[in-house]
Ligand binder design. Sequence first.
Ligand SMILES: [Zn+2]
Length: 75
Amino acid sequence: MPIYEYRCLECGEDFEDLIRNKADEEALECPSCHSKNLLKQMSAFGVQGAVERPIMAGSGGCGGCSSSSCSTCHR
Ligand SMILES: [Zn+2]
């Protein structure tokens, strides 16, 4: 399922939401301040669906590294 992460550009709130269709995305607003000034970010779930690469549970790391980008542990 396409779960996207968003960052509110008004108050800096980070949140994620399930987007099922275009209307869902257009109706999206910040849960904190109800602004629609949002920055769409790539979520771990979205990456997992788009790229065939096993991703361990966590915040985007591979499970073998302490960073969240895996930039220090690729082989
Ligand atoms: Zn906000």
